[in-house]
Design a protein around this ligand. Sequence first.
Ligand SMILES: NC(=O)c1ccc[n+]([C@@H]2O[C@H](COP(=O)([O-])OP(=O)(O)OC[C@H]3O[C@@H](n4cnc5c(N)ncnc54)[C@H](OP(=O)(O)O)[C@@H]3O)[C@@H](O)[C@H]2O)c1
Length: 336
Amino acid sequence: MSDRFDCYFVEKVDGEVRHSVAGIRLDDLPQGDVLIRVNWSSLNYKDAMAARGHAGVVRQFPHIPGVDIAGTVVESTSPAFRTGEQVLACTYEIGSGRWGGWSEYARIPAAWVMPLPSGLTPRTSMCLGTAGFTAALCLEALQHHGVHPGDGEILVTGASGGVGSTAVMLLSKLGYRVVAASGKTALHAKLREWGAAEVVSRESILDSSSKPLLSGRWAGAVDTVGGEVLGTAIRQMRHSGCVAACGVAGGPQLPLTVYPFILRGVTLAGIEAAFYPMERRKRIWANLAEPWRLDRLEVLVEEADLRTLDPRIDAMLAGNIAGRILVRIRGDEKAG
Ligand SMILES: NC(=O)c1ccc[n+]([C@@H]2O[C@H](COP(=O)([O-])OP(=O)(O)OC[C@H]3O[C@@H](n4cnc5c(N)ncnc54)[C@H](OP(=O)(O)O)[C@@H]3O)[C@@H](O)[C@H]2O)c1
């Protein structure tokens, strides 16, 4: 019997980035405290970049992408985890500075691993993945800054993407009135099904004028796009509103003056998921298991495996993915 197992392998050959499903051995994996048999992973924007060898994500070749891991502990030199335990590991340097979860086995530091929260299966945790976790951080930021259901409309930009779609579902579940902004006209009906009270086009929420303030519309916003879209949202906030900014899909510049902050008391809350502290991270995941549990999450999800990922990666890089892509590694529905 072969002791090789499958992974999505990204390498540089003669200066050219190549990717394939390759067989590797346990000894090929990097050192680390916890060896995990990976059941499920997912596709996030960062994974799509890693899969194509983007220098901003991949530090060293060869590389295995996959920032998200749900699976079972096979070996652990850390007393924090025992063999057979179901675990979750997302972000940190997983799938970027270090080999990630698009592999039947992954070995990572114990400090990046947490027990699977009760109430979530490995599969449902990866339907959420880093995108769902980031959406939950945005929700927490709005709550922390006093934006509550009933205060007014919440804008979600890049609404059809992984973070955007889970944010739409999460916020609407908690009673917020969500206005989803999306560049995909064909998906407007789907966004309503996912929980948006209203759907608007990407262009309609863009104001390229240099006006420092626009008429106040939003009580809060979750922005996955950045650039002019974020700048417009901040200028359109009502008094004491909060924008949770997590993304850069539309560019890193932020054309803005200080007036929204000093004349309307607007808060710009930066969201960073990768190194979010473990104790607070466990609390967010426990919230996602219950009381923020998304019973209709499956309607956002499409399933792929290592051999059917490529077209989805290319679609994501072209801005053409809707919802979440779940990646089956060794998982089955029965085991979760
Ligand atoms: N801060 C953090 O810790 C953190 C964590 C996770 C993700 N992120 C970032 O959040 C963003 C979303 O991630 P994701 O995994 O949800 O990606 P995704 O699934 O690819 O979603 C991005 C969405 O942004 C919109 N979009 C794409 N290109 C655009 C453009 N040129 N101009 C305006 N809108 C555009 C599209 O939505 P519509 O077609 O519906 O408009 C697209 O579906 C990414 O920038 C990612 O790097 C940050």
